[in-house]
Write a protein that binds this ligand. Sequence first.
Ligand SMILES: Cc1cc2nc3c(=O)[nH]c(=O)nc-3n(C[C@H](O)[C@H](O)[C@H](O)COP(=O)(O)O)c2cc1C
Length: 364
Amino acid sequence: MSQLFSPLSLGQVTLDNRIIIAPMCQYSANNGAASDWHTIHLGQLSLSGAGLLILEATAVNPEGRISYGDLGLWNNETQQALGKSLKAVRQYSPIPIGIQLAHAGRKASTGKPWEGIGAIAPGEVNGWQTVAPSAIAYDDKSSVPKAMSQDDIDSLIKDFVSAAKRADELGLDLIELHGAHGYLLHQFLSPLSNKRDDNYGGSLENRMRLLLDVFKAVRAVFPSDKAVGVRISATDWVEGGWDLEQSIVLSKALDELGCDFIHVSTAGLSPEQQIPVKPNFQVPFATAIKEAVNMPVIAVGLITQAQQAEDIISEQQADGVALARGILYNPHWPWHAAAELGATVTAPKQYLRSSPHGQPSPIK
Ligand SMILES: Cc1cc2nc3c(=O)[nH]c(=O)nc-3n(C[C@H](O)[C@H](O)[C@H](O)COP(=O)(O)O)c2cc1C
């Protein structure tokens, strides 16, 4: 019997199977507000048969967007627009839906990837002043960020709390805090980007403080029957940067605070990174963290084959697997995986006749 298609509980949220749709920015929002694109895109993914759909990195304030096209959740307009897309999706799919709450820090203020313009300087069209733990630019093409004051930090935590309340009002089942890929919370974790000499910099305990404070504040306002977890980059892939050892300390601290899951990615903090990309390349980080914590651990990164995903779960290398590019390429990836592994997935009744070539179908 397939383990990939066995249920998984993230806190009190139960997924039908262990396939998770990873957050994927769409750069298709207007002033942070979801557009018809989101309804189409999320609608498509919601019919995939996956166990959980995590919405793209969603900025908790306008300066926290990677690009001017990023999704946001900071006022009534952004909340209503996302609510409209979610209402359409919910009407036809029972899939649990989570949201990744994010702030891009020094990696904010860029064009959309397909525009190929990269960082946009403050004062230019669609550009703004970025913020970060320290006034260190990501690379020589990016603007120097403003080092955040204590007031900036207090207001950032309030923005996460406010977005979490809005996420609850939207009926979302889960929050994933974006502590990965070199964005603001990761910038505080890594000694390469955090050179502060206050309570938020220096020792590992101090560098972890902001993420833990944000976690506690969000957990306190998001209902206890809904899940709050964290995505991290388990290594910067740079000598002297954030690494697995520190990730294990952080994961244990989150576990003790009642974190419902940890989603283990890597990289994104520094242009110096050297990543040995290949199938499963991030899975050993998830496995090492799984050995140290009680909460469920999600692995991600070049997991593209059904048997590959099944092996990760059945060999207990991770509790869940997240897919990004593979499920964009094939939005019915879970259907095909179920067919291959002898399992079933739920599909809308409109699609019940979709069995190919008259063969038995994995959908029910
Ligand atoms: C189009 C696209 C958008 C992405 N946006 C996000 C995002 O919003 N938040 C995030 O944490 N990761 C983001 N990622 C990274 C993915 O979630 C995932 O970690 C990465 O693509 C590796 O998984 P894969 O090999 O299955 O694609 C994005 C990836 C893609 C391809």
